[in-house]
Design a protein around this ligand. Sequence first.
Ligand code: UFG
Length: 336
Amino acid sequence: MPDQPKPFTVLVTGGAGYIGSHAVLALLDAGWRVVVLDNLVTGFRWAVPAEVAFVQGDIADMDLVGRTLAEHEIGAILHFAGSIVVPESVTDPLKYYRNNTAASRALIEAAVTAGVRHFIFSSTAATYGIPDEVPIREDMPTRPINPYGMSKLMTELMLGDVAAAHPLNYCALRYFNVAGADPQGRSGQSTAGATHLIKIAVEAAIGKRGHVGVFGTDYATPDGTGVRDYIHVSDLADAHVHALDHLVAHPRESLVMNCGYSRGFSVLEVLDTVDRVTNLTIERRIEPRRAGDPDRLVADNSRILATLPWRPRHAELEGIVRDALAWERKLAERSA
Ligand code: UFG
């Protein structure tokens, strides 16, 4: 519920994409005025609500960004735009250093020039690489094992230096495995060519694919399959709204925080849950390990719980799967 009038307008880069569009909904629900900047390379114009001003363009276009920041009197940027496919980052690293690192540098410079005070950055658990132990705390070593994680870590490091030199504070949120869709059915994961487990499993459930590959059964986990901390995209979106309130209330403080639930599920547990929710038995095929997959990635979320009034509202895996499934059905109807 909106409480008091908001002091400025928020720019959301990548606001037509999966996580960005959910953040836009959460900001609107909290009463913020929002402008979306998206080049629509992977995002969708229809994912941006009609009441939101939309600018089509690139975050690296400093003239466009500068004009947008001035025209809309932007006080904060939530920066989601970027490339996110880990294997692609290995074969085309310069794309990741361009779209994630260099483009973010340009965006941050435009923000500093325009006097933007607050910056929230989509970071990732991929900044940790293969952790020595789980759950993972924010003060554990960051040793990315792919250019995707490195490109995000480099942006975090830039933000640290910029916040020390200029009147801007920032929050880097390190996402664990984001899944699900808006429980009200307003947005969801829509990009074709899914690689993420829950998306793939619900595609199989509605007949869009014949089976789900299980990538390795010899991991050091209870059932031998990879364990991940799946976070509902709407909880993640809420974390951004709380982080923004915190940055505004503490203008000299910057933060790096994990976004997860401090619990993990194996691949088989996820597939069992999808079977239960759908009343189907989805075919599983055991396949070789995928390169670079750690055994377990689970967040220690005590920092975000201690720092923000954020509390998980959609942490049950069944609910995450149900929302992902409802969205997948909607997408199928849309393309039918
Ligand atoms: N998996 C399968 N079959 C599939 C897809 C995935 O068995 O068809 C397994 C993976 O091997 C892994 C787990 O399911 O054990 C989750 O895999 P995802 O591809 O859904 O997600 P990742 O953990 O590989 O990647 C996610 C984000 C990345 C981020 C990474 C680390 O998508 O952006 O977490 O934070 F870098």
